[in-house]
Design a protein. Structure first.
Length: 70
């Protein structure tokens, strides 16, 4: 299986967290909701998972492993 570069994973996780913070309001703008869906999908594809919690766990584990090896 191909693995995403750690920089790509870091950027995706950061983008997801940023969008979640922006979506904390009572109503989510359609464009923000779409961007959140897009980054969720991309995280799942790049980590080979089907659910967001699994994708985030896989990305964070890979980033931790990469940091530990350097």
């Amino acid at each position: 299986m191909l693995l995403a570069h750690p920089a790509v994973l870091q950027e995706l996780v950061a983008r997801y967290e940023s969008l979640c913070t922006a979506a904390q309001g009572l109503s989510i703008a359609p464009d923000l909701e779409r961007r959140l869906e897009d980054v969720t999908y991309t995280l799942c594809v790049t980590t080979g998972t089907r659910q967001l919690d699994q994708a985030l766990a896989a990305a964070r584990a890979r980033l931790a492993a990469t940091a530990a090896s350097t």
